[in-house]
Design a protein around this ligand. Structure first.
Ligand code: ADP
Length: 482
């Protein structure tokens, strides 16, 4: 379980599609348990039963090697029939686990998107999706149970048939005088002693197979190559001194280039704004700096050293990221702010909250900094959530700040507080701001206008307005909206 969890934390963002998510959840919940059961079952059988079987087989051989050879042929044959059933069971168990994973994933999706689902009257859509998967699961489960139940009477019948054959052959041998009747009685009793442990072993085979199927699925996850990792001898980035530079950077998520041939220098202490139509590549460009993704072509360097040569931990330790959706955890306000700095003192947290304009509203909550903010921060307003995540960034005190400005409309008082908090946060830092509203970035040192992955224009606010290109158009549009 821990290995799977570790794997999750190492994957690039966007790696887990819903299907993968469902798959993973099923693995963590069921497959691991299946493997545990299988190991426990098998261990008991392996240590207890083979000894019994070997001893009794020795006795049988001494009594009549002919008869024993015959049983040695028919026992495995009946075993093979049972095995063919369990093989199919294994395949179905795979499908079943996957289907269960999908069900859990749909539930998770539904619960976290309940607000939107209700607002769009989309209950039918979600229910239909759920029911379809649920029916599939029920079908698989039913067929699996049928097969499993069938396997047990079938193995009884096989057992009885084997005994019948032994009785018939042995009986004939007694009549022919090949064996004494008393020996034959003894033989039958000894033979019966073998059947019980043999059955236990054969049923443990099916348990082993199920366990193996689960183990294979678990290893599939554990073996996924981590796409982004440290180089062999990573350099520690302790202090950012001069500049971040992009040279001929191109990036693609798969087929098409989302960023094409970007050249950009971000000097220390400056503020760079990324603007442009949605889908232009702003967020992608920002994601490349903390190495959430690696460039496809070209290089990004900090102080002349390629990002790939720094240790990822040290690289990310000098960066702070504030995104549109404030990621909060079901924990106290204090822990949510101290998230990036586990040993933060109370004074530091309060100081950060004050700079982020969050202290006042925190003090008004029932338990102040110890208030639990609920799952994903549902007990707070949008502006409050943002200010908490700003406080988190203030506390981390990063040298480089990546800011994805909020698009969601806040009421004007809340917006003023958030904006003020952001201004405080950006003071004396190098910042890359993804701007959705152009009003806040007019004083940026350089504005980069990205369209379809290319830099269409760049310059200061005034020079871009003067130029009368896309920026001016966007700006005019923004004015008209506000
Ligand atoms: P912006 O921030 O300017 O709106 P993005 O960087 O989010 O633009 O997106 C640029 C392009 O990359 C879009 O066409 C988007 O569909 C695509 N894209 C973004 N994220 C992913 C992803 N994880 N996988 C595949 N394509 C993506």
């Amino acid at each position: 379980r821990a290995d799977i969890f570790e794997k999750i934390t190492k994957q690039p963002i966007g790696f887990f599609t819903n299907e993968r998510k469902g798959d993973l959840i099923s693995r963590v919940t069921n497959d691991v348990q299946e493997v545990e059961n299988s190991v426990v079952n098998t261990l008991t059988v392996v240590f207890r039963d083979p000894a019994t079987i070997i001893i009794y087989f020795g006795v049988l051989f001494v009594l009549s090697w002919k008869l024993t050879l015959i049983t040695l042929v028919i026992l495995p044959a009946s075993g093979a029939i049972i095995a063919s059933i369990t093989k199919r069971l294994k395949k179905q168990s795979n499908e079943g686990q996957q289907s269960l994973g999908n069900i859990l994933s749909i539930m998770d999706e539904t619960i976290s998107g309940l607000r939107v689902m209700l607002a769009f009257n989309a209950r039918n859509y979600v229910s239909a999706k759920f029911n379809k998967e649920n029916d599939r699961y029920a079908k698989i489960l039913k067929s699996m149970t049928n097969r499993r139940e069938l396997a047990s009477p079938l193995s009884e019948v096989m057992g009885v048939s084997v005994v019948a054959v032994v009785l018939w052959v042995g009986g004939n041998m007694v009549f022919n005088g090949d064996m004494k009747a008393s020996e034959f009685m003894f033989y039958i009793v000894s033979f019966y002693q073998i059947l019980v442990p043999a059955k236990a072993i054969s049923s443990s085979f099916s348990s082993i197979q199920r366990g193996l199927a689960s183990a294979v699925r678990i290893f599939e996850v554990i073996d996924i190559e981590v796409a982004i990792k440290d180089s062999e001898k990573p350099t520690q980035l302790t202090n950012f001194e001069k500049e971040i530079s992009f040279s001929n950077v191109s990036f693609s998520y798969g087929h098409e280039d989302v960023l094409k041939n970007i050249n950009l220098t971000i000097p220390k202490g400056k503020m760079i704004a990324l603007v442009g139509p949605s889908g232009g590549g702003k967020s992608t460009l920002a994601d490349l700096i903390p190495r959430f993704y690696d460039v496809t072509e070209g290089a990004i360097k900090i102080d002349g050293i390629n990002l790939k040569d720094y240790s990822m931990e040290s690289l990310r330790s000098i960066m702070g990221i504030v995104t549109q959706e404030s990621i909060l955890f079901n924990d106290t306000i204090f822990s949510n702010i101290a998230f990036g700095k586990p040993n933060a003192t109370e004074e530091e947290v309060i100081y950060a909250a004050k700079i982020a304009n969050a202290h006042d509203f925190i003090m008004q909550t029932e338990e102040g900094y110890q208030t639990n903010i609920g799952d994903r921060g549902t007990k707070l307003s949008g502006g409050q959530r943002q200010r908490i995540s700003i406080a988190r960034a203030v506390l981390k005190n990063p040298q480089i700040l990546i800011l994805d400005e909020a698009t969601s409309a806040l009421d004007s008082e809340s917006e003023r507080l958030v904006q003020e908090a952001l201004t405080n946060l950006m003071k004396n830092r190098t910042s890359i701001v993804i701007a959705h509203r152009l009003s806040t970035i007019q004083h940026a040192d350089e504005i980069i206008v990205l369209r379809k992955g290319e830099i269409e224009e760049r310059g200061t606010h005034n020079s871009l307005i003067e130029k009368g290109g896309l920026y001016k158009k966007l700006h005019g549009h923004a004015l008209a909206l506000s």
